[in-house]
Write a new protein. Structure first.
Ligand code: ACM
Length: 268
């Protein structure tokens, strides 16, 4: 079954949540897709001054950002994975991604496992672990930005049956786009990295993001890539079932060839 999967590469303005959501949805509306991935923290921006500032901008998973995305999803029959600052229970704040199916239902919320740099000040560490959810007839696993540098993230999702890794990102280092090609081939999955562009310029400092959102294939191809410096939204046709074939040669299967008896140090 052919599916169209893609990304919405946005340029949020720090703290302007309503505008950021409305502009991202307007961009998404120009793309014919079954699954669209939006960047990490796409509604708030990234460079917070303090945990207090994140608390002020954070929303519960069923908040206004969800309601806007849900309306878009149901009106266009497009499943969405989107990063946001989540106000959880007991005063906890997470760097999260919501998974909304093509009818607009919230199916799951992933909370980022591996926090990057100052995120350790702003957010609580994610407590969900990794799960695979069916969206628009595709088995989708979600990981957020810096999770890419831990190959275990993608591997756990692939072992859980993911055909597509949805990867909301706010990338500041130049490595992830290339590394995600490796994540694709070493797990034989599709990946969709949705990165942002522009800078967050704050009175205490600034940070710039690297664009080049992309879709990659199990055959280690870049199927589409966005520009480095401009908003962009795109989707490509894929057959997600290609990711179910883990054979490399007649005698090699990616999963059954693993020698887990020698991998103990990975979980030690
Ligand atoms: C990152 O994880 N946002 C670099």
């Amino acid at each position: 079954m052919i599916r169209r999967i893609g990304y919405v590469q946005t340029e949020p303005v720090f703290g302007r949540v309503r505008d950021n959501v409305d502009r991202a949805i307007a961009m998404a509306s120009s793309v014919d897709a079954d699954l669209l991935v939006f960047p990490e923290l796409f509604n708030t921006g990234y460079l917070f001054e303090s945990r207090r500032e994140v608390e002020d901008l954070a929303e519960p998973a069923d908040g206004r950002t969800f309601r806007s995305l849900s309306a878009f999803a149901s009106e266009t029959s497009t499943a969405v994975v989107a990063g946001f600052a989540e106000r959880g229970e007991g005063g906890k704040i997470y760097n999260s991604a919501m998974m909304i199916d093509e009818t607009g239902d919230l199916r799951w919320v992933y909370r980022k496992t591996h926090l990057f740099d100052r995120e350790k000040i702003w957010f609580d560490p994610g407590d969900t672990g990794f799960s695979v959810v069916e969206l628009a007839g595709i088995r989708v696993g979600v990981m957020i930005c810096f999770d890419w540098i831990f190959p275990e993230s993608a591997r756990v999702l692939a072992l859980g049956g993911a055909q597509v890794l949805a990867h909301p990102a706010n990338l500041v280092l130049p490595y992830a786009q290339t590394a995600m090609l490796t994540r694709s081939v070493e797990n034989r999955v599709f990946t969709v990295t949705a990165n942002r562009v522009g800078s967050d310029e704050r009175p205490f400092g600034s940070i710039s993001f690297t664009g080049r959102s992309q879709v990659t294939s199990p055959g280690m191809e870049v199927l589409v890539m966005g520009p480095r410096d401009r908003p962009h939204a795109s989707a490509v046709e894929v057959d997600p079932s290609e990711a179910d074939d883990k054979s490399i040669t007649e005698r090699n299967d990616l999963f059954s060839d693993r020698r887990v008896e020698f991998y103990g140090a990975l979980v030690g």
